[in-house]
Design a protein around this ligand. Structure first.
Ligand code: HEM
Ligand SMILES: *[C@@H]1O[C@H](CO)[C@@H](O)[C@H](O)[C@H]1NC(C)=O
Length: 326
């Protein structure tokens, strides 16, 4: 083969490789290398400051990526505030007391100070979620960048796409399949419940409304009895706002969540649902084992999630403030 032709073959394979690695059209890790080369470092430092004050906020950042990307793609729509005429995603049932928005605003302000009107809020969410995982003990992934921010956010879109914490294993599989994720990826991503906290709102159906009877004794029968009793003390019937740790090591991104689920100590119906099928149970057992591939599979699934139908090119905008359209 002549060397010119050989170089052409190399070039073509390189282009194909780059194209397949970036996945979603227009997103790539070096998107800001000319316009805001320090963005990843700024986000990393700001997240470190925030977690330095309250490590439990890591959960907020990871959840924000999920709730942003699952609803019309990763477009920053979860951050927009409701207006007089519009109830935004943030006020959906599935976003009950979602947090982290003010911290994202702080990060955004630090990024704006370096690179005015350059980096989208959607990209900041994706970078902050990665930092939150890494800084609490998870594995890193490269974050493809170049998302732009939407001008639209509708509460009912969130409730039509995000899973309620009452789904069965099959319900969860269906919800994730709609976004192109298989059952194993669903189990892997559920592992994010190793950090953060919940309000009693999400726990109550597991304690008082498992079969829809809505009574003090309608408790998920799979739950460890003393665990359920402890949860009931923390979350008396009718209370929606008390806080419960997602797992025993709520500030550490570890495999504790899977161990807890195996011990029948899942806080949500949907956590316990993971061990109600043979496939789910074997995946949970696998991810609970020392040295399992949970951390690498989690990183890969988060990267994949971050590529869900973003706005790119000239679509959408680069918001100046994450809560408001320009
Ligand atoms: C499998 C279906 C899922 C259901 C039903 C579900 C449901 C919930 C609920 C009800 C809460 C409590 C919110 C609150 O009261 O403050 C929560 C918290 C959380 N979720 Fe999920 N979730 C699911 C999957 C995921 C996924 C895929 C991720 C990310 C990869 C995620 C990340 C988190 C995190 C980190 C928290 C803690 C938030 C905080 O500390 O503020 N969840 N989830
Ligand atoms: C209890 O569950 C039923 C059926 O799933 C549902 O219709 C009802 O709204 C629930 N009640 C409460 C208080 O959540």
């Amino acid at each position: 083969m002549g060397s010119a032709r050989f170089s052409l073959v190399l070039l073509v394979s390189y282009v194909l490789l780059v194209a397949t690695n970036t996945g979603a059209a227009g997103l790539y890790p070096t998107f800001y290398s000319q316009t805001c080369p320090s963005v990843a470092t700024v986000v990393k430092q700001e997240v470190a400051k925030i977690l330095g004050k309250d490590r439990n906020l890591a959960g907020a950042f990871v959840r924000l990526q999920f709730h942003d990307c699952w609803v019309n793609g990763c477009d920053g729509s979860v951050l927009l505030a409701s207006t007089a005429g519009n109830s935004a995603e943030v006020d959906a049932n599935t976003n009950f007391r979602i947090r982290g928005q003010s911290q994202i605003n702080k990060i955004k302000a630090a990024v704006e100070a370096k690179c005015p009107q350059t980096v989208s809020c959607a990209d900041i969410i994706a970078l902050a979620a990665r930092e939150a995982v890494v800084q609490t003990g998870g594995k890193t992934w490269s974050v493809p960048l170049g998302r732009r921010d939407s001008r639209v956010s509708v509460a009912r879109d969130a409730d039509a796409n995000l899973p309620f914490p009452v789904l069965s294993f099959d319900g969860l599989v269906q919800n994730f399949a709609k976004k192109g994720f298989n059952a194993r990826e669903m189990v892997v991503l559920s592992g994010s419940h190793t950090i953060g906290r919940t309000h009693c709102n999400g726990v109550a159906p597991n304690l008082y409304n498992f079969t829809g009877k809505d009574s003090l004794t309608d408790t998920n029968p799979n739950l460890d009895v003393s665990f359920a009793n402890g949860l009931k003390k923390r979350c008396p019937k009718g209370n929606r706002v008390n806080l419960v740790a997602m797992d025993k090591t709520k500030n550490k991104f570890d495999q504790g969540y899977y161990k807890q689920v195996l011990a029948h100590k899942g806080v949500f119906i949907t956590d316990d649902a993971l061990i109600t099928t043979a496939a789910g149970l074997s995946a949970v057992q696998e991810f609970a084992k020392p040295g399992s591939s949970f951390f690498t599979e989690f990183a890969a699934a988060m990267q994949k999630m971050s590529k869900l139908s973003p706005l790119t090119g000239t679509d959408g905008e680069i918001r100046k403030k994450c809560q408001f359209v320009n």
